[in-house]
Write a protein that binds this ligand. Structure first.
Ligand code: GNR
Ligand code: NI
Length: 167
């Protein structure tokens, strides 16, 4: 397994729209395993392939307490969504920034698992928020784009400054 470097906002590559996976083969399974390792090392609860500069429709998640319950979503499709709820979000691609985002409260999503098998999942709570956050990444969208332009500019400047100082 390998740790993959995570892109940081405002990197323009984060705005790439990912393409569907044609075949869930060993190369995709290796990507899934590397993403899972990368997510755990970064202490995140989700990771989209976009964030590691691989523009394929692959997501890994683990919202469990013990961090032993990996969920894999390949070519995820939102089947339905209901209600709305505001929750504080963070993102491994926007380190140190947390803010409230309103999203659907419960969703039904269809995707392929690590074996290429189609499954349907109904999610609510943190899991529903996280799936929507990750599906946005695959569309090239970062959660800060839900915030005001003023906040987006402040976040960009802060992260650019930090990137300069750590080079
Ligand atoms: O680790 C993460 N925590 C989180 C918290 C609230 C809502 C969404 C997330 S996802 C984030 C990891 C990440 O950046 N995934 O793209
Ligand atoms: Ni994110």
């Amino acid at each position: 397994m390998a740790l993959l470097p995570i892109l940081h906002y405002p990197d323009p590559r984060l705005h790439t729209r990912a393409t569907p996976v044609g075949n869930v083969d060993d190369e995709i399974r290796r990507l899934v395993d590397d993403m899972a390792q990368t997510m755990r090392a970064a202490v995140g609860i989700g990771l989209a392939a976009t964030q590691v500069n691989v523009h394929k429709r692959v997501i890994v998640l683990d919202v469990s307490e013990d961090q032993q319950h990996l969920q894999v979503f390949i070519n995820p499709r939102l089947v339905s969504s209901e209600g709305s709820v505001e929750r504080e979000e963070g993102c491994l691609s926007v380190p140190g920034i947390y803010d409230q985002v309103t999203r659907a409260e419960s969703i039904v999503v269809e995707a392929l698992d690590r074996d290429g098998k189609l499954f349907t999942l109904r999610a609510e709570g943190l899991l529903a928020t996280c799936i929507q956050h990750e599906m946005d990444h695959l569309e090239g969208k970062v959660f800060v784009e839900y915030l005001s332009q003023l906040k987006q500019n402040r976040i960009k400047n802060k992260l650019r400054k930090r990137a300069r100082e750590t080079l």
